[in-house]
Ligand binder design. Structure first.
Ligand code: ACO
Length: 330
């Protein structure tokens, strides 16, 4: 087995639902203002899925675009991983629903849970299965219907999130180094700073649990902010070193899209101001979909072209974090 087999991203796609919820709209729902939200987060609007639309519907729409972009037949897909914290159901996996919707009958499918870090974790997992020779073509999706798990009466969280999906097709082969090595880490001792405490086996569904709104996302915003800046900054430096490249070599850094102030702090610390890709203004935080959507948009709007070195970095609930380097070769 050649553990250094090149693995490439051969197609990307993204999808956001039609309905747009602006900061002004939110100001009519909770006590907040466009000025407060934009100055604290960089967000102006987010997209919200329709009632009948599930996470797999968003994921399938993004996947179909990625498959078309890759120019492959859906029958070639051996593996589908969906990163999500807002699955269609506890089981079966959202990946199985996506498989059925897109007709990828030759794939095996599973979900991956790493909260906002999920897409990078899924990318790394798929890359390693391809590099090991276990599969040839993989479809990796980050998809979220965050609007289902948000307390729309809690102004400290409801302003921050949006719905959407992004996807990438990975395949063995390609020029240059393709998807390079990742550095990832987790700290489960800090889980309670960002979690949805109710509805699972620890705190099952009950009238009392619902009355206490434990089935909605809870967050200590300032703590999350501090950890996100430190962890993403440190991990990017480790990933650069692991892959033998310097930050000067990197054309574009694509971070998790949680808050423009988090992104600016990391950019200053790393001395890469002006090279951070952001679209948080349009979509807010779409959790595991955020990196996938940003990567697709960076490619489509020409921020990344063939031969560029790109850094991806994420941070999310768990806590979980990670970074990797790509040599863009499409
Ligand atoms: N509108 C107006 N006022 C508000 C709002 C709102 N939507 N939300 C909170 N406030 C008030 C608070 O009640 C508080 O008032 P007080 O001083 O009278 O008590 C005041 O604003 C300041 O609140 P803070 O929470 O301290 O505000 P902060 O400047 O820290 O910004 C924010 C809050 C935007 C959540 C910030 O902490 C943050 O972005 N943290 C990162 C969290 C994050 O991104 N989580 C996403 C998931 S994790 C991930 O994806 C990385």
């Amino acid at each position: 087995m050649d553990s250094k087999r090149v693995v490439s991203i051969i197609g990307t796609g993204s999808y956001v639902p039609e309905k747009v919820l602006t900061n002004q709209d939110l100001a009519e729902m909770v006590e907040t203002t466009d000025e407060w939200i934009h100055s604290r987060t960089g967000m102006r609007e987010r997209h919200i899925a329709a009632d009948g639309q599930a996470t797999s519907d968003l994921g399938a729409a993004a996947a179909e675009k990625a498959i078309a972009d890759a120019g492959i037949s859906v029958d070639e897909i051996d593996l589908i991983i969906v990163a999500t914290l807002s699955p269609d159901m506890f089981f079966p996996s959202t990946a199985c629903f996506v498989q059925d919707k897109i007709g990828a009958k030759n794939a095996f499918c599973y979900d991956l849970g790493a909260a906002c870090s999920g897409f990078l974790y899924a990318l790394e997992t798929a890359k390693n299965q391809i590099a090991a020779g276990a599969v040839k073509t993989a479809l990796v999706i980050g998809s979220e219907k965050m609007s289902t798990f948000i307390d729309w009466e809690d102004r400290s969280t409801c302003i921050l999130f949006g719905d959407g999906a992004g996807a990438a097709v990975l395949q063995a082969g390609g020029e240059g180094r393709g998807v390079m090595d990742a550095v990832m880490g987790s700290d489960g001792s800090l889980a309670d700073l960002l979690w949805t405490p109710g509805g699972g086996s620890r705190n099952p569904i009950s009238r009392e649990m619902i009355d206490q709104k434990q089935h909605f996302l809870k967050m200590q915003g300032r703590e999350v902010f501090k950890h996100a800046v430190v962890r993403m900054g440190d991990t990017v430096l480790q990933a650069l070193e692991k892959n033998g490249v310097s930050s000067d070599d990197i054309k574009c850094f694509i971070p998790h899209q949680a808050n423009v102030r988090i992104i600016d702090s990391i950019a200053k610390r790393l001395g890469v101001v002006g090279r951070m890709y952001t679209n948080v203004e349009k979509y807010a935080n779409t959790s595991s979909a955020a990196l996938a959507i940003a990567l697709d948009e960076a490619v489509k709007d020409g921020a990344i072209v063939k031969g560029d070195l790109v850094v991806l970095t994420v941070f999310g609930g768990g806590f979980t974090w990670g970074a990797n380097v790509l040599e863009w070769n499409k």
